[in-house]
Design a protein. Structure first.
Lengths: 194, 249
């Protein structure tokens, strides 16, 4: 009986955890900004997840559960503690952010900047960790607000305001680059079709 | 100024976090408001760009191997612990062998779908969505001759509820293709046709519900060509138009 129970548990864990390995590694690398630390983080996450899998309720959101383990593991690591201590939250997270305050680039200017893939990665890298993680969970992992709320252990209102500020910060970082790029291309006469 | 209330919730709308009723109202407004349409396009493009840029890191082969070895080398203290370690090793093995191929291809496939969605949104937001404006397939089809390196058939639309608006050239991964725009009710549907061999990822015939942008999509390969039908019309309408194309090819 014990064996069949163990097999059942393992089958479920394997089935749920396998498709998330590369995604978890990607997320871990973005958080740690270091390959070795990302590997350690993923390894520790899998060990903790497997160990605690008996406490996971089948039918609930496994992805949010294992991302939460990874994130908590990161935040309690030496680097995570350093990052959270040196990057204080400079705003009231429960405050509803008026999206009107966010000035988005026009499609034209963004199309110009779009070719600069590395520029965007650098801008994401430079975001404070709490902005970087929520932006990646939303845009890369395509998590719903509820999933992000579960993963980050914050209310949905906080998810919305933090996400909004993350986008605003990213847009602010990209704007000077896209304007410079637009000016350069126009000067070169390469602004075809725009 | 009238758009301020719309723009205030534009990100929530594009994140797919408004109710179905609000989604329909938003869809309708964005389609008819150039300012919100342009703003939505910019935000969608940024979302797509972040999605692509965010998929940046992949685990090394050494990491997979090292993890496997470190777990497997631990002594077996008990059946339960042994099972745990074996399970962890098996997970890593399976992860190593399966996800690198499966997720790699899925990532490429998702990128193609994202590009198709971008092309659809960008065309509809354009002031000139089509280069050849005609409801006559016998006008639209010859227009592509000499512009794209393949030929394809357009379906008859009598009594189908669909109407052809026109066509334009498009590019996917620097490869030319055809982009046709159809109307059904008040919905616009794009049909893209490319050469199958030019696809950057291996695609299977499928219906896709990306969810976040409320587009339905269907894709299939036929006669060496790859077709995509995408729009905010119902899945049934998308499927009907796809069937008309399949029958015509």
């Amino acid at each position: 009986m014990d064996l069949s129970g163990a097999n059942l548990q393992f089958d479920s864990f394997e089935e749920l955890a396998t498709p998330l390995f590369d995604q978890l590694y990607n997320f871990a690398h973005w958080l740690t900004q270091n390959r070795e630390e990302a590997e350690d983080l993923v390894q520790e996450t899998y060990v903790k997840a497997l160990k605690g899998f008996s406490s996971f309720q089948l039918g609930t959101n496994f992805r949010a559960w294992i991302y939460r383990i990874l994130r908590n593991t990161f935040l309690t690591s030496r680097k995570g503690l350093k990052v959270t201590m040196t990057v204080p939250l400079e705003f009231d997270e429960d405050e509803v952010v008026p999206e009107l305050a966010i000035e988005h680039d026009t499609p034209e200017t963004f199309l110009l900047a779009r070719s600069s893939h590395e520029l965007l990665q650098k801008a994401i890298d430079e975001l404070p960790v709490h902005f970087r993680e929520i932006l990646l969970l939303c845009e890369v992992e395509e998590m719903s607000y509820q999933e992000m709320s579960d993963t980050l252990a914050v209310p949905i209102g906080t998810v919305m305001s933090r996400l909004s500020r993350a986008r605003q910060t990213l847009a602010n970082q990209l704007r000077p680059h896209s304007q410079q790029e637009a000016a350069r291309r126009i000067a070169r006469g390469t602004n075809h079709g725009l | 100024m009238v758009c301020e209330s719309w723009k205030a919730r534009l990100d929530t709308y594009l994140d797919g976090e408004v109710s179905e009723e609000e989604m329909r109202t938003f869809d309708s407004h964005v389609r008819n408001c150039p300012s919100c349409s342009a703003d939505a396009l910019a935000r969608v493009q940024l979302k797509r760009a972040i999605q692509v840029a965010g998929k940046r890191f992949t685990p090394s082969a050494e990491f997979r191997k090292r993890m496997q070895q470190s777990i497997a080398s631990k002594p077996r203290h008990s059946f339960r612990l042994g099972w745990t370690l074996a399970a962890a090793a098996a997970v890593v093995l399976v992860v190593g062998t399966l996800t690198s191929t499966y997720l790699g291809n899925r990532s490429g496939r998702d990128q193609v779908f994202s590009e198709i969605a971008d092309l659809h949104v960008a065309a509809l937001a354009s002031s000139a969505p089509v280069d050849v404006i005609s409801t006559d397939r016998h006008t639209v089809k010859p227009w592509f001759q000499g512009r794209i390196p393949f030929a394809f058939n357009l379906p008859q639309l009598q009594n189908s509820g669909f109407s052809l608006l026109g066509g334009r050239m498009t590019y996917l991964e620097q490869t030319p293709g055809a982009h046709l725009i159809y109307d059904v009710g008040k919905h616009h549907i794009s049909v893209f046709v490319f050469q199958e061999r030019s696809m950057p990822a291996r695609l299977t015939d499928s219906s896709i519900l990306p969810g976040k942008l409320s587009f339905n999509m269907e894709t299939w390969g036929q006669g060496g060509l790859r077709y995509f039908v995408i729009g905010d019309a119902s899945a049934a309408n998308i499927d009907s138009l796809a069937k008309l194309f399949k029958a015509a090819s």
